[in-house]
Design a protein around this ligand. Structure first.
Ligand SMILES: *[C@@H]1O[C@H](CO)[C@@H](O)[C@H](O)[C@H]1NC(C)=O
Ligand SMILES: *[C@@H]1O[C@H](CO)[C@@H](O)[C@H](O)[C@H]1NC(C)=O
Ligand SMILES: *[C@@H]1O[C@H](CO)[C@@H](O)[C@H](O)[C@H]1NC(C)=O
Ligand SMILES: *[C@@H]1O[C@H](CO)[C@@H](O)[C@H](O)[C@H]1NC(C)=O
Length: 458
């Protein structure tokens, strides 16, 4: 017990620190998202409202006569949802219940109009999920209308019958709505699920603040934790709190998602640590992919020609020492890589002989796009690949001459590699069965905004 307390205290001390060093993401759900929820929520609500009604005990005769009542149909033409600032969402709906009342050999059908209203509080759960709960709920009953079999029921009986139905529904309908909302919590819990980023790496989002709810939207602050081989990556950088400005994204979009610079930096750090950005360009004689060989290099570097009188294939190994830098400027996302490239010749017994090495700087433009629940990117080289000779085992090297040669050999495999890798995509905040549709990606100074529709599909 004491140990548990100490652990709790330790966690309480640790959490804010950990929280402060995680990259920020904001998910804003607008009124259009509520309209969509009311659309897709209609059928489940109608089902949930199909409660069982216990028998009505008719006390009008000499003996108690149990009367069976069954809900035939619940019709909810519209659900209306609206934000309640600082609190959550108000649900209101008008429903028509059709009952079948079994009276001996006869039966009659009743139509009962009901108005339902429930206030749903949206909060931050202890494990970083959004949590919803019903705070107030009530139903208002209109007078039942007898649809057919009207001759068979005395008006005197209709009154207590409706009282019985109202009393039952008053409790049961709100319980049904509460249980529907409870199911929603299970569903929203999947927001903290792990999704892939690249090979052996994953991302997990969690809600870090009390949701900010205005009359127009609900905004959730999420932090992302990135994992490599199951271990969280600790950022060496100072993470700045991320605030998504009010009027960004497409007007009328269901969701607006803001991704901070820190998120990009940490995703790149993750890919670097995973070694996913490293690249080997293998060499084969007379290959189209890598036309480099020693006889070609020997024309520029006499020492290569001297050491390799017979043509040998040349291998390039690119390693990323420095973490790549993503630069987010208005309408312009770029990525700067600084690989260290070794130029090698395969020697005997699977060893390599190093000819020389280069410090390379490549600036790539990033075209960002969203597919379902992933942010993907394709790259192209911006400007010139910069090269400087870092070391040489083959004497003097004329950088200009090597530049043309190595630059072209390097560029295509690098782009192929990066495009395949960034095509895997970073998982965006979502829940199970929910994806983004018609998303638009905009790049702003220091952050990226995705705005678009949502599609829920089981
Ligand atoms: C309920 O049924 C009545 C009678 O058919 C109709 O006038 C009313 O619009 C219906 N209300 C709803 C909410 O479906
Ligand atoms: C919620 O949003 C409003 C409107 O942008 C802002 O003024 C307020 O500071 C926000 N509150 C929190 C707790 O973020
Ligand atoms: C070496 O490279 C040059 C230029 O790509 C090519 O013309 C030549 O055929 C290559 N030699 C061998 C043996 O692959
Ligand atoms: C985008 O930014 C990069 C690097 O800052 C720059 O080289 C490039 O010209 C910019 N492109 C546009 C279209 O502004």
């Amino acid at each position: 017990m004491a140990q548990a307390c100490r652990l709790g205290l330790l966690l309480a001390l640790l959490l804010p620190v950990v929280g402060a060093s995680m990259p920020g993401t904001v998910v804003r759900l607008n009124e259009a998202a509520l309209s969509y929820v009311s659309e897709i929520g209609k059928a489940p609500l109608q089902r949930a409202l199909q409660v069982t009604v216990p028998d009505f005990l008719d006390r009008s005769g000499e003996r108690l006569r149990p009367t069976r009542i069954q809900i035939l149909n619940v019709h909810v033409p519209h659900i209306h949802l609206k934000f309640i600032a600082g609190f959550g969402v108000r649900l209101s709906a008008a429903a028509n219940f059709t009952f079948k009342v079994f009276r001996g050999p006869e039966h009659l059908e009743l139509l009962l109009p009901v108005v339902l209203q429930a206030d749903v509080h949206v909060a931050q759960g202890s494990i970083g999920t959004p949590v919803v709960s019903i705070s107030t709920c009530f139903s208002l009953f209109d007078n039942a209308i007898v649809l057919d079999g009207s001759n068979s029921m005395a008006p005197a009986l209709l009154v207590p019958l409706q009282q019985h139905i109202n009393a039952v529904l008053r409790d049961k309908l709100c319980l049904s709505i509460a249980s529907l909302v409870q199911d929603l919590n299970v569903h929203m819990g999947t927001v903290i699920g792990l999704t892939p980023v690249g090979p052996e790496s994953q991302i997990r989002y969690s809600v870090v603040n009390v949701p900010n709810i205005t009359n127009d939207y609900i905004s959730l602050d999420l932090n992302a934790v990135l994992f490599l081989l199951g271990k969280p990556i600790v950022l060496p950088l100072d993470v700045t709190p991320f605030v998504l400005p009010e009027h960004v994204g497409t007007i009328g979009a269901m969701a607006t998602v803001g991704l901070s610079q820190d998120l990009f930096d940490s995703a790149l750090l993750l890919l670097q640590k995973a070694g996913a950005l490293n690249l080997d360009i293998t060499g084969q004689l007379k290959s189209d992919d890598n036309p480099l060989n020693t006889s070609m290099l020997g024309q520029l570097i006499p020492e290569v020609a001297r050491q390799f009188p017979e043509p040998m294939p040349v291998v390039l190994k690119a390693r990323l020492g420095a973490t790549p830098v993503a630069m987010l400027r208005t309408n312009n996302a770029t990525l700067r890589l600084q690989p260290f490239v070794e130029v090698l010749v395969p020697a005997s017994n699977s060893a390599f002989q190093s000819l020389f090495s280069l410090d390379v700087v490549v600036t790539l433009s990033l075209q960002l796009s969203v597919s379902k629940v992933k942010l993907q990117a394709t790259t192209s080289v911006l400007g010139d690949v910069q090269l400087t000779v870092a070391s040489s085992n083959v004497g003097f090297i004329d950088t200009d001459q090597v530049h043309a040669l190595v630059g072209t050999v390097f560029e295509k495999p690098l782009l192929d590699h990066l495009n395949a890798l960034l095509g895997i995509g970073i998982g965006l905040p979502s829940v199970v069965n929910l994806q983004y549709v018609t998303p638009e990606v905009s790049v702003y100074e220091g952050y990226v905004v995705i705005s678009g529709g949502l599609l829920y599909q089981r």
